[in-house]
Ligand binder design. Structure first.
Ligand code: ADP
Ligand code: MG
Length: 367
């Protein structure tokens, strides 16, 4: 995967910029708040995923403007391709090789990239939903049917929850609960087992990378923790059976009805990240947590590469300044054959390690 040209108009603080990146390292440097992360974000959006900053579409349009336009040439799937994105306050148009797409998510799988930014520390420090989100979007990139299952699951979950709320007042409907359970459990089993399968691969990759980062002094392991009651989890190593979830749903039924919400299922599970066998979230040092987050993200990128046969584009936002030289060097060596966009305030650090192209960005303009 390579970005060959990017032309953006009215994207956040970037009024207009055209960029011809190099095949390897691309350093984007400049002072704070000049538009470096914005530039990475504009590339990221062509992956088909939502903004990694959690922004809404209309936040992306430059203040005071009517629309933004982003025109993107890339090499992927062994050919040159083009994608366009036009977002106005009223509508959003996405084109892939001149063909209109019904949603940005239809771009998933066409242009693959991974992003690392300091905010990824929340992958380790944040609550379980952060880790589920990470693993879910990683699987979506390699398995579109998984994305569909997730959407259906959350729809069913909402329906079951509103049914539960209703059930308190209409107990005569109790028999229908079984129907919602069956539907939801079927999707949950699929999702959980896909996650466990993915974790097996990710565990291998991430622990190898973590070993490298820590100079082989520490080990990283990942575990799938299935929620079995309000505050208890069970580690699942192989796969989960439908019967087991049915039993858990039965046990949780009274409290589900009481609270009007579903307390068991794929939306409640945890992915535990352990360093030397203990929770990185609870006990890891800042440096260990940062390294673990990077190992997960790099591991994700490697799996994507193995599955698609192409190296995804790597977007590294402000990561180097927080790492010691050994770790910086390890990361850069790990991805030196990839196309990389890396932002920093002082380009010297990165340029010392590699040759490549450098772009200075100032007040939303590449100068
Ligand atoms: N929709 C928008 N229109 C205009 N400016 C924006 C918009 N969204 C964010 N910005 C501005 O972009 C700047 C931040 O750019 P960013 O890429 O995060 O900086 P950095 O170079 O530090 O990575 C901020 O000054 C912010 O106010
Ligand atoms: Mg930034």
């Amino acid at each position: 995967m390579k970005v060959t040209r990017l032309h953006i108009t009215n994207f956040r603080n970037i009024a207009e910029t055209e960029l011809y990146p190099g095949e390897g390292m691309n350093v984007i440097y400049g002072e704070n708040a000049q538009g470096k992360t914005n530039l990475l974000e504009s590339i990221w959006l062509f992956s088909g995923f939502k903004s990694f900053r959690g922004s809404k579409d209309h936040d992306l349009i430059r203040f005071g403007e009517e629309y933004l336009k982003s025109d993107f040439d890339f090499f992927g799937g062994e050919r040159d391709q083009n994608a366009k994105m036009i977002i106005s306050h009223q509508q959003k148009k996405i084109l892939l090789n001149s063909v209109p797409l019904t949603a940005a998510s239809k771009l998933i799988g066409h242009f693959n990239c991974v992003v690392f930014s300091p905010s990824y520390l929340s992958l380790i420090k944040g609550n379980p939903s952060e880790r589920r989100k990470f693993i879910d979007s990683a699987i979506c990139q390699i398995k579109p049917s998984y994305a569909k299952a997730l959407t259906e699951y959350s729809k069913l979950l909402m329906q079951r929850n509103s049914f539960l709320k209703d059930l308190k007042y209409h107990q005569e409907n109790y028999d229908f609960l079984e129907i919602w359970n069956t539907k939801l459990i079927e999707k949950a089993v699929f999702i959980i087992n896909e996650r466990i399968r993915y974790l097996e691969d990710l565990s291998v990759k991430a622990s190898e990378i973590y070993g490298g980062l820590s100079g082989e002094k520490e080990t990283l392991t990942l575990e799938y923790h299935l929620r079995v009651s309000q505050s208890k989890y069970r580690t699942v190593r192989d796969k989960v059976e439908r019967e087991e979830l049915e039993e858990l749903f039965r046990q949780s039924e009274n409290s589900d009805i009481l609270y009007g919400s579903t307390n068991i299922g794929a939306h409640k599970d945890e992915i535990a990240v352990l360093i030397d066998g203990i929770s990185a979230k609870s006990f890891g040092s800042q440096g260990q947590q940062r390294s673990a987050a990077l190992a997960l993200k790099l591991g994700e990128a490697e799996i994507l590469k193995d599955m698609t046969g192409e190296r995804p584009v790597a977007l590294l936002d402000d990561v180097m300044s927080e790492l010691d030289i050994h770790r910086q060097d390890y990361i850069l060596n790990h991805i030196k054959d990839w196309q990389v966009f890396i932002t920093c305030c002082d380009p010297a650090t990165v340029l010392r390690l590699y040759d490549g192209k450098a772009f200075q960005i100032k007040e939303g303009k590449v100068v």
